[in-house]
Design a protein around this ligand. Sequence first.
Ligand code: G1P
Length: 272
Amino acid sequence: MIKQAIIPLAGLGTRMLPLTSVIPKELLPINGKTNLDYILEECIEAGIKEFVFVISKKKISIKKYFYNDAFYKKIIRKKKDKRIIQEYKRIKKYKRMIKFVYQNSPKGTGDAIIKCKNLIKGNFFLMLLPDDLIINKNCSKELINLHNKTKGSVIATKRVDKQSVSRWGILSVKNKKKNYFQIDDVVEKPNIKKAPSNFAIIGRYILPTKIFKEIKKIKPGQGGEIHITDAIRNLIIKKNKFYGNIFKGKYLDCGTMKGYINSCKEILKEKK
Ligand code: G1P
């Protein structure tokens, strides 16, 4: 049973400046909710009971979003507003589910994950990249279902335009079925000639706890960062089973200003 999710949140968000000079990108609002609220809702609907948030000192306002009791209590005492009471209840429910760990220098997703090592209990956990918003289908739930069926690790994937492969982790496909396939190899941001397919990783993973050991062994890659993709690759070479779950719902890239603006428009369309 997958009950825990890791969410790396320590990234600087430079692609979203100037907004991120004062607000972490994960707290930016999209149609009345923060980006992080969408991610939490997806996970809770998929049965996740505990979150590990990897933040940094610079992004302490993420913790404050959940730890602002005195402020809420004071307002509620004064105003007795039903909507605020409801929202505070929701925030308190989330707070009980979240543990925080710190990654004060942004050294990549692999480095963020290893910081959570002592908090993960089962053999597998869910990992979500909050830049990737998913709407109208529950991607985490799909991954958990495929994991329950195959007992292996699972990565969410979708076909992308061949010209854009160098922006993604790209999967090499084996034994393709209608909605999933076995992953034969994975390459982080390959150039078009080296890309084994156009099946790109989108930010949802079910990973084995074995990966902690593997991350320790890898050297910093592109940009001096420890990439989770490299650790996954080594586990595949060692014959661990990884599957690509072909995701058919709507995927929104919230990590760039252009993507964020587009996500706001798309989510508004969904609500109409
Ligand atoms: C990360 C992963 C990449 C994946 C992408 C999805 O890249 O390293 O494999 O395809 O997320 O959004 P980043 O967006 O951090 O550059």
